[in-house]
Design a protein around this ligand. Structure first.
Ligand code: NAD
Length: 335
């Protein structure tokens, strides 16, 4: 059935891919983005786009009129930076979610799909499963958990259908790659294309599991209507092919034929050493399957960045707290 859907963060990485797939499935898609992160040309053709900030309640009341479903993707997804810029990160997650939610409820909307983050699991044992109590370790994660609670609370009171999607470490074309604060794989590619060595915090033994963006979109699209996902928290992404950050740098260097000699900086505070999620629930409820290997995903992303061209890094967000723990790569703009 054709639905009217509002996607926040539609110029962003995930939001733009999601909007594109929803349009391809025949839905009416409206999108907004404040264009501080993301790229304007990510917004797919056919998406009715407005430049607006999700914290702007009046704008959200206008934009959610007649909308049946919201995918709330907009956020400043800065886990590491949130330790030094909690104010801007909390605003973009908790405050902005409050406004979108308030407007959507007011306009009689039905289903609210909230994009949370694996950061919610924090110091739990890996692999992270959805039944674990969140143990956030930084302001970004805390804000995501608080926003999830708000979504559930308001849904209970006003009869919304909440769904909490938990993506992790997504890579692929359209990801912001000139952002010095996040997206490690894209940063490595951008630096190597400029002939610069990747900067690694700590010894590079932090382990992650990367998700290719198109593998994440199908389960997200299914969250639109599926009755059995209402009220659920669902991890989205693979649970195979773990790599260390150093191995990730090697894979990218191999693709680019780059001689790898990383620059090592001290660990970032609060960085979780090993972070990976179980995908069992997504497989069971949404038929999730991984169809791209890490190498295939990286190849597509690298070629997309190469086509667009390497770019200087843009330090467009203020660092609120500068002290001896603030990474030098940010304070001295080493990227
Ligand atoms: N990409 C990942 O690996 C990943 C992992 C876990 C969670 N997530 C979550 O998924 C969502 C999408 O992430 P992404 O990787 O596409 O990030 P992204 O930065 O590419 O997209 C987010 C978009 O939101 C916009 N935005 C930020 N604050 C806004 C506001 N107040 N009003 C309007 N627009 C605003 C930005 O301009 C950007 O275009 C985020 O909520 C993020 O926390 C992403």
């Amino acid at each position: 059935m054709k639905r009217k859907i509002f996607v926040t963060g539609a110029a962003g990485f995930l939001g733009s891919h999601l909007a594109e797939s929803l349009l391809a499935a025949g839905h009416d898609v409206r999108g907004c983005d404040n264009l501080i992160g993301g790229y304007r040309d990510n917004v797919p053709e056919g998406c009715a786009f407005t430049q607006a900030d999700c914290g702007d309640l009046k704008a959200m009341q206008e934009l959610t009129k007649g909308m049946e479903v919201v995918y709330h993707c907009a956020a400043f997804p800065y886990e590491g930076l949130s330790v030094f810029s909690p104010s801007i990160v909390n605003y973009s997650i908790y405050q902005a979610t409050s406004s979108v939610l308030s407007a959507f409820v007011h306009n009689g909307g039905r289903r609210f799909v909230f994009l949370s983050s694996m950061a919610r699991y924090g110091s739990n044992e890996t692999p992270f499963t959805e039944d674990m109590a969140p143990r956030p370790q930084d302001p970004y994660a805390l804000s995501k958990v608080a926003a999830e609670d708000l979504v559930r609370l308001m849904a209970g009171i006003h009869g919304l259908e909440p769904v909490i999607a938990v993506p992790h470490n997504i890579i692929g074309p359209r990801q912001k790659y000139d952002d010095p604060f996040r997206n490690v794989a894209a940063i490595f590619v951008n630096r190597m294309l400029q002939g610069k060595q990747p900067i690694i915090y700590g010894d590079g033994s932090q382990k992650r599991c990367f998700s290719f963006v198109r593998d994440c979109i199908d389960p997200l699209v299914k969250m639109l209507d599926a009755p059995h996902v209402v009220g659920e928290v669902i991890n989205i992404g693979p649970d195979e092919e773990f790599v260390t950050i150093l191995e990730l740098a090697r894979l990218i260097a191999d693709h680019l034929g780059f001689k790898l000699e990383p620059i090592y900086l001290p660990d970032r505070p609060q960085e979780v050493k090993e972070a990976n999620c179980s995908s069992d629930k997504a497989r069971r409820l949404l038929g999730y399957r991984t169809s791209h290997t890490l190498k295939q995903g990286l190849d597509e992303m690298i070629e997309w960045i190469r086509r667009r061209g390497a770019k200087p890094f843009d330090y467009y967000l203020d660092i609120e707290i500068v002290n001896k723990m603030t990474p030098r790569s940010w304070t001295e703009r080493l990227m």
